[in-house]
Structures are given as C-alpha cells and as structure tokens.
Design a binder for this molecule. Structure first.
Ligand code: KMH
Ligand code: ZN
Length: 285
C-alpha cells in the first residue's frame, strides 16, 4: 500500500465570505488553516487567494506574499491555482507562475462550470505547460471530464514530460458541466489515464465528496479535500474548519491501510524543484 497524499484546497474562488464566514480568505486565515491541515495530515495546499474585500484575485504581489508565508509557516507543497475564477483573463492566469510556487494547477480543457464557462483553450494549455517547464514548476493536471483525459494524452505526446518527470493528475468530479462524481466515472477516467501518469488524486464536489473519496481509495488513488470543493460534513452540518475535512480523509485513508504522506514525501512524489535541491540534484535558483 502506498502512503496517501492528502491535498487541501481551503478556499477556492466561488464561495463568498458572506455566505461562509469561516472560509479562509485573509492571509492570516489561510496560513492558520494550512498549518492546522498539515497537522491533520495534509501534505500539499492548493491555493486561491482573495483581495481585501475577500474577492478572488490573482494580484502578483499578493500571490508572492502568500507563497512566501506558506513556505515560512508550513512545510506543505505549495500549489497555486492557475484556474483562478471563471472571470480571470488567460494572461493573468499565466502570470501566476511569476510567484514561483512548487506546483501549479493546469486544467486540460474548457468545461461548463455551473452557469459559467471555465475557459482553457488548447493554445493556453500549451503555453502554460511550456511556461511551467521553463519555470521549474510541477503541474498538477486537473481533469474535469473524460475529454480532458484524452487531452492529457495529446499534451504529453506533443510536448513530452513535465518538469521533474512525474505526471500528477487530479480528477475533479461532480462539477455541474463536468464528469459526475461517481465510482463508475472515476473507474472510467482512471482506466483512460496515460501510462506516463505516476500519481493521481480525486476530489468530488459537494455531495459527491464521499463517494469519490471512497472510490479513489479503492483504486489506490490519493485524495484532495477542502472548502473549495465541499462546505458540509453531512446534510445540514457545515464545515467549520478545513482541518475537519483533512482529518476525515486521513481517517478514511487509515481504514484503507494508507498513512498520510508527509510534506517531504509529497515533494519527492512530485519531484519538485525543492526536492531536487534537497537531494543535491539542482542548484538553488
Ligand atoms: N475556480 C475554477 C474556475 C483550478 O484551481 O485550477 C477553477 C479551479 C481550477 O478552481
Ligand atoms: Zn482550484
């Protein structure tokens, strides 16, 4: 049994602070949530940030400050979202890499996203992928649909392996407009993954969170959890702290004989630039 990578996505871009005051939207709240989640078993944090009015932002200075604070206060692998919100322009999403995270999300296709459209045209995917290689950032391929799995095969065939040589995927399931958050859909997506994939996790949005987590564990996958994806622990029971979701993921993992992976193990799994420096394989930049 391999150890279990738990990624926490504490904030997202869709839920408002008004609707959910316990959502970590300030830097202090984010760092504190990240620390708690690390204690609970998370090894990577998927980060969306907010402005002073708690609205989603990709402000470069704020992203840099966030990466620095998370590095200072936690050991977590820091993954910045390049998906941002559905309203963010593609250029601003490319500039996310200027903040020099360990990892970045990279969504493999356009998808309907509730009433909106999450835009990821092929040339943007290729530009972002090439930039991630140039900047030595490990991408996490976000797959919202079976078509995105095919697009990942196409990208790897066309462009070769990512920075670090590992191919890590996250199946984002149950988005209205994407693949459903069911065990059947998960099995189909996993069966279609490219042979080059070295690790994958899954997350189920809303009420699909538990079926997807259980199916992922049954298929030897890893888990992503967090308030970006789900705001209740059970019907009518709100999530108060992201760590509750990490604790639950860790408990499910232990039931399945999987110990939560530590942050250094996660760096090694993804072969991040940080891991390569620690191993003496790459000079500090
Ligand atoms: N907020 C969604 C539109 C990602 O982080 O890369 C996109 C998203 C995916 O959350
Ligand atoms: Zn995200």
């Amino acid at each position: 049994m391999t150890d279990l990578l738990i990624t926490v996505a504490p904030t997202g871009a869709e839920t408002t602070k008004e609707a959910c005051p316990q959502l970590p939207t300030t830097l202090t709240e984010l760092v504190s949530a990240a620390q708690e989640c690390q204690m609970a078993g998370a090894a990577m944090v998927h980060v969306h940030i907010r402005d002073d009015e708690h609205r989603p932002t990709l402000a470069p200075g704020r992203l840099k400050e966030t990466v620095a604070a998370l590095r200072q206060e936690t050991d977590l692998v820091v993954q910045l979202s390049t998906g941002g919100s559905v309203h963010d322009p593609l250029e601003a999403r490319l500039q996310v890499l200027d903040a020099e995270p360990d990892s970045c999300s990279l969504t493999m296709g356009t998808t309907n996203f509730g009433d909106d459209v999450f835009l990821n045209p092929w040339p943007f995917i290729v530009d972002l992928y090439r930039l991630s290689i140039e900047r030595r950032v490990v991408p996490e391929f976000e797959l919202f649909d079976l078509g995105h799995v095919a697009a990942l095969n196409r990208l790897l065939d066309q462009e070769g392996l990512p920075f670090g040589g590992k191919v890590h995927v996250d199946l984002v399931m149950g988005v209205p407009g994407g693949m459903p958050g069911t065990a059947d859909a998960l099995v189909a997506a996993v069966a279609a993954l490219p042979a080059a994939v070295t690790s994958w996790s899954a997350t189920g949005i809303g009420r699909s969170t538990l079926p997807v987590a259980l199916a992922a564990l049954a298929k030897q996958g890893h888990l992503r959890v967090g308030m970006e994806d789900v705001l209740t622990l059970a019907k009518g029971v709100p999530v108060e702290r992201n760590a509750q979701l990490v604790e639950r993921a860790a408990a499910l993992g232990r039931l399945a004989q999987r110990q939560p992976m530590t942050p250094p193990q996660a760096h090694a799994l993804l072969n991040t630039a940080h891991h390569q420096r620690v191993m003496g394989e790459q000079p500090a930049s």
